[in-house]
Design a protein around this ligand. Structure first.
Ligand SMILES: NC(=O)c1ccc[n+]([C@@H]2O[C@H](COP(=O)([O-])OP(=O)(O)OC[C@H]3O[C@@H](n4cnc5c(N)ncnc54)[C@H](OP(=O)(O)O)[C@@H]3O)[C@@H](O)[C@H]2O)c1
Length: 293
C-alpha cells in the first residue's frame, strides 16, 4: 500500500492532513443526483480511502442531495480522530437535479444544520462558503455578508474552521477581515491555471489551496503529451496529473474524486510519484496543447 505521507502534510484547520485526500462527490448517482449506482461499493471506497491513510475527505450536503454525507456517516461514523471532513454550503438541488444558489442567512444556516445532522457530528471540521458566481469560475462581488453568517455559526460552536470556494483573491481578502480562512477550493489542474498567482499568495500566508476538478472533472483530462509522459514513467495519465499538482506548490491539497476502488488505488499511488524538472517542463506543453484544441 502506498505510504501517503510521501507527499507530505499541510495544515488544514486544526489538523495537519496528508496532502493526498479524497473527494466524495462522485459517490452520488449520475449528475451527482440520487443514490449511488452501487451502495456497497460506495461504502467500500470510503472505507478503503481511510484504511489507506486518507485523513481529509471533501463533501457537501448538496451532493445527492444528502447522499454523500449519509454514505460517509454510514461508512465511517464514529469518525477516526485524525479525519478532517470538509463540507460546503451555498446551493441546493432542484427536483430536476438543477443546482440553485442558496445563500441567504436562513439558507446558509439551514445548510449547516443539514450537514451536522447528515454527517452525525456536533460541530463541522471545516465549512467552505461556495460562491456561485459563474458555475465553475469565480466572479467579483462582495461576499462579506454571507461569510459573516458562517462566522456567526462558528462563534456558536457549530463550525470549527471556515474556508471559501469559487472565489477571487479580493474575496479571500474581504473574508479575512471577518474571520480566519483556512482553505480555498477553486477549479485548478494541469490545464486550468487561472489561479496560479492565488495558489502562491495563499502559500505565502500558510493557507491550503484545494483544487476541485484536479483530474479535469466529469471528463477527465485527455492529452497525447500527458499519455506519452505517463507511459514513459510507467504511470497513468491521472497519476501524472496528480503528481504535477503535488509538486506545483506545497500548500496544494488533493481531493481527487472517484466512485471506483481501482481508480482510488491508482490515485492514491500518485502520492509517491516524483516528477523530474524535465518532466514538469514537458508537462507545460499539455496546457498549451489544450488551448490549441
Ligand atoms: N467546490 C466546488 O465547487 C467543487 C466542484 C466540483 C468538485 N468538488 C470537489 O472536488 C472533488 C474532485 O472533483 P471531481 O470528482 O468532480 O473531479 P476529478 O477528481 O477531477 O475527476 C473525477 C472524474 O475522474 C474519474 N476518475 C477518477 N480517478 C480516475 C482514474 N484514476 N482514471 C480514470 N478516471 C478517473 C472519475 O470517474 P470514476 O468515478 O469512474 O473514477 C470522475 O469522472 C469532488 O469529489 C468534490 O468533493 C468541489
Amino acid at each position: 500500500m502506498t505510504d501517503l505521507t510521501k507527499a507530505g502534510l499541510y495544515p488544514l484547520g486544526g489538523a495537519k492532513v496528508k496532502r493526498m485526500g479524497y473527494g466524495a462527490m462522485q459517490l452520488a448517482g449520475p449528475g451527482v443526483f440520487g443514490p449511488p449506482k452501487d451502495h456497497d461499493t460506495a461504502l467500500a471506497v470510503l472505507r478503503a480511502a481511510v484504511a489507506a491513510g486518507v485523513d481529509h475527505i471533501d463533501t457537501s450536503d448538496f451532493y445527492g442531495p444528502h447522499v454523500t454525507n449519509r454514505l460517509i456517516r454510514e461508512a465511517l461514523h464514529p469518525y477516526p480522530a485524525e479525519l478532517t471532513i470538509v463540507t460546503k454550503v451555498g446551493a441546493v438541488r432542484g427536483a430536476d437535479a438543477s443546482w440553485n444558489p442558496a445563500q441567504s442567512p436562513a439558507e446558509l444556516t439551514s445548510a449547516v444544520h443539514d450537514n451536522l445532522r447528515n454527517l452525525g457530528v456536533d460541530a463541522l471540521d471545516v465549512v467552505n462558503l461556495r460562491i456561485t458566481g459563474d458555475i465553475h469560475e469565480p466572479s467579483e462581488g462582495s461576499i462579506g455578508a454571507r461569510f459573516a453568517v458562517l462566522a456567526d455559526l462558528q462563534r456558536q460552536g457549530l463550525i470549527k474552521h471556515l474556508g471559501l470556494s469559487n472565489v477571487t483573491a479580493a474575496q479571500v481578502a474581504e473574508a479575512q477581515q471577518i474571520a480566519e480562512v483556512v482553505c480555498v477550493q477553486n477549479h485548478y489542474n494541469l490545464v486550468h491555471r487561472e489561479d496560479d498567482a492565488l495558489v502562491d499568495e495563499l502559500g505565502r500566508q500558510g493557507i491550503a489551496y484545494v483544487p476541485f476538478f484536479p483530474l479535469g472533472g466529469f471528463t477527465p483530462l485527455q492529452s497525447e503529451t500527458l499519455s506519452r509522459i505517463a507511459a514513459k514513467l510507467g504511470a497513468t495519465p491521472m497519476q501524472v496529473a496528480l503528481a504535477w499538482l503535488l509538486q506545483r506548490a506545497p500548500n496544494i491539497l488533493l481531493i481527487p474524486g472517484t466512485s471506483s476502488l481501482s481508480h482510488l488505488r491508482e490515485n492514491l499511488e500518485a502520492a509517491a510519484l516524483v516528477l523530474t524538472d524535465e518532466t514538469i517542463a514537458a508537462l507545460e506543453n499539455v496546457s498549451a496543447e489544450q488551448k490549441v484544441t
